[in-house]
Design a protein around this ligand. Structure first.
Ligand code: ZN
Length: 313
């Protein structure tokens, strides 16, 4: 099955447009239009509605917005040079996407500055085919991490610049209630930088030097380049924890893990399975989109990628 990537963006980008009521009228004499608009800008400024064009030409007539009309407000107005005053619904907010812009234009002309990168993200077309293969391959390895010990979830943290895996983790809450796959991966990166909180559980038979450089061939084959060779430690000056790193996790991080990703300054997160009960970057909340946090990161959900697809494609 052909999988696809969904950028998990702020809800505002997917919302239907909202409307509000404005009083509007016809400019009686077009020659006086500039003068009337100038006066309106002073008497009825539209500073909260700069996305709306003040004038719209329709059937060779100039219609001009006068002011917003609140609910139950008497819309009766007398403005010199403007006739046939009526109320009309116009877009309340500026359009953020081309889809919203096209919808907004049906009601009133709006200003719109297209963000080409955003449009690609909304359409799910942000990665090249080569990048997609690489993401799939890393996700396969994250799935392998989980299946090794029949853990519910597995993850990897990758440095995409060097194309190496820095940390691997799986959910192991039997050993420690906070040891979710994501927390485990972050802790492993912290250990590479001289920190970290957890020692490996003996039962899992992993050693502290089990941090191997792993490259991923473009054909999707994971290759351990040099078994046992430790990954170079990154100094704290060079990088703060997970800055510019990618996390691949089979399951959407919970809210606790999502906040840990904020604190660790992760670059991008990829996941397959949403968590409708505790998901922190898509299902319950979108922590990475909140304006009141001091770090934001990109999130992508991989649809229709089950293990069989990842192995066979
Ligand atoms: Zn978690």
């Amino acid at each position: 099955m052909e999988g696809k990537f969904e950028a998990v963006l702020h809800d505002d980008y997917y919302k239907d447009i909202e409307l509000c009521w404005f009083s509007c009228g016809l400019i009686a004499d077009k020659k006086e239009a500039a003068q009337i608009i100038k006066k309106l800008a002073i008497s009825h400024p539209m500073s909260n509605y700069l996305h709306l064009k003040r004038v719209k030409q329709f059937n060779d007539e100039l219609h001009v917005l006068i002011k917003r009309v609140e609910d139950n407000e008497d819309s009766m107005l007398f403005i010199e040079g403007i006739t046939q005053i009526y109320t009309i619904q116009v877009p309340l907010k500026k359009p953020l996407t081309r889809k919203q812009f096209i919808e907004s234009q049906k009601f009133w002309n709006c200003h719109f500055f297209e963000d080409k990168k955003l449009e690609k993200y909304v359409a799910g077309l942000m990665f090249t085919s080569e990048e997609i293969e690489r993401h799939k391959c890393y996700m396969k390895l994250a799935q392998d991490e989980a299946t090794k010990i029949m853990s519910p979830a597995g993850g990897l943290i990758v440095d995409p610049e060097q194309d190496i895996i820095l940390a691997r983790g799986y959910t192991n809450t039997k050993w420690h209630p906070l040891q979710h796959a994501v927390m485990k991966c972050i802790d492993e990166v912290a250990r590479l930088q001289g920190g970290g909180a957890w020692n490996e559980p003996a039962a899992v038979n992993r050693t502290s030097d089990d941090k191997r450089r792993i490259s991923v061939d473009i054909d999707g084959t994971a290759v351990e380049q040099e078994s046992g060779a430790p990954v170079e430690k990154r100094s704290k000056i060079e990088s703060y924890l997970c800055t510019k790193y990618d996390l691949y996790t089979t399951h959407e991080p919970c809210i606790m893990c999502s906040m840990a990703l904020v604190h660790s300054r992760i670059g991008r997160v990829f996941y397959i399975h949403p968590d409708p009960f505790a998901g922190g970057i898509g299902s319950r909340v979108k922590i990475h989109c909140r304006t009141n946090i001091n770090h934001h990161f990109e999130v992508f959900r991989m649809h229709d990628f089950d293990k069989k697809d990842l192995y066979n494609e």
